[in-house]
Design a protein around this ligand. Structure first.
Ligand code: UD1
Length: 373
């Protein structure tokens, strides 16, 4: 029997799970492949991890490194220390890493030093802001990867400019959109709107977790003041990341929020992070989304929902040139002004970028079979 292509897919943090799910599924259906799933444990709360495995039908990880939180250096080093013995034992042909989190660079670096080929999903995205930890992770991971799978044209251009040979770059589309398209129907049966007492189009959604926004008291307050002002006109639902919740308490910002869903009150409704299907349903019916997430800029583009990005830049420019995304930064007046435009009927017409068609996982598996088997 011909030898199977042994692949380790590495996930660590919430945004990785949505990308790994369709790829694992495709690999498991491919007889020539033997895929493994390793969870570094960077995200460990049930709401940040287990719920996504359940919603997305991701198989239980073959290995859970249980690394947890720490400073960037501690977390990255601990992931490397725990991942190395896995590689030495399993000796895979390829390690697949996703996105830009600490688990991505840690596992790519460990693999490349052991002579194992690295494939990077979502390669080439650049915010050109080196103060973002994610930007450092992206640049370094791309520099040491053998197969660079890209989601949008800007990524191909960035990689070529950085000297990556054309032969290593594969424009395959967007795995997260594979997941979205697969689960859109199922998300219709989520009862999250009833639970939160929300009517379609009668609320906005806020997500916030970037260190640059929530670790800086002044910036965080400026954003919250803006969203509070908006929330006096239309309710804003805020599924809150654990990092952000900690900072709300540290800065004493609790007074900005209401915590119980009343049908009669406007305001910012603070809730726990949601599972994938509930969140998909929530943003699908929203009037607008305010976010500093990367992935949500892409999801709203595909759903045709106006997205206002609370950052000064984006590594996903196609969501602006083709999608429904607008960069508004963190200035209170600008956030309120742009949101009011949407409430007053201004609509952002977008179209879906090339290859965001639900077939990225097929394309990636094809490349791996053609080049590595
Ligand atoms: C990480 C990624 C970011 C990604 C985000 C999505 C890096 C550098 N950052 O940021 O790119 O957009 O995930 O969620 O990898 N925490 C919990 N429970 C958890 C996970 C984290 O309480 O399950 C707390 C940690 O204790 C820590 C904080 O949240 O205080 C930050 O967690 P960490 O994984 O370091 O980074 P994120 O901010 O989640």
């Amino acid at each position: 029997m011909p030898k199977k292509l042994k692949i380790i897919n590495v996930v660590g943090a919430r945004p990785n799970f949505m990308k790994a799910a369709p790829l694992m599924e495709q690999m498991l259906e491919t007889p020539a492949m033997e895929p493994f799933l390793v969870h570094t444990g960077q995200h460990y709360d049930d709401r940040m991890s287990k719920f996504f495995f359940d919603d997305l039908g991701l198989p239980k990880p073959d290995m859970d490194l249980g690394v947890g939180s720490g400073s960037h250096a501690q977390q990255t080093a601990e992931i490397m220390r725990c991942f190395e013995p896995v590689l030495l034992k399993e000796r895979p042909d390829v390690v697949v890493v996703f996105g830009d989190v600490n688990s991505t660079i840690a596992c790519a670096l460990t693999a490349v030093k052991l002579g194992v080929a690295v494939a990077h999903v979502e390669a080439g995205l650049r915010s050109f802001d080196r103060t973002m930890p994610e930007e450092i992770n992206r640049v370094l991971t791309d520099a040491i990867s053998d197969y660079l799978f890209t989601t949008e044209p800007s990524a191909n251009e960035n990689l070529l400019r950085e000297g990556v040979p054309k032969e290593k770059i594969f424009p395959v589309g967007n795995l997260m959109i594979d997941t979205l398209l697969r689960h859109k129907e199922r998300a219709q049966s989520s009862t999250i709107l009833q639970t939160l007492n929300c009517m379609p189009q009668a609320y906005g959604v806020l997500t916030l977790h970037r260190a640059s926004n929530v670790d800086d008291e002044e910036i965080f307050q400026s954003i919250l003041k803006a969203v509070f002002e908006i929330s006096q006109k239309i309710r804003v639902v805020f599924p809150c990341h654990p990092r952000t919740k900690k900072q709300i308490h540290a800065f004493g910002f609790e007074h900005f929020f209401m915590t119980r869903p009343s049908p009669f009150h406007c305001g910012i409704l603070l809730i726990d992070p949601l599972g994938y299907l509930d969140f998909l349903r929530l943003i699908s019916e929203a009037k607008f989304v305010l976010t500093d997430s990367g992935g949500i800029q892409e999801e709203t583009t595909v759903l045709g929902i106006p997205c206002l990005t609370l950052r000064e830049n984006t590594e996903r420019p196609v969501t602006i040139t083709e999608g429904t995304n607008v960069i508004v930064g963190t200035d209170r007046e600008k956030i309120v002004g742009k949101t009011l435009e949407i409430l007053n009927g201004y609509s952002l017409q977008g179209r879906i970028p090339e290859h965001w068609d639900g077939k990225a996982s097929e394309r990636i598996v094809r490349v791996l079979i053609d080049y590595c088997a």
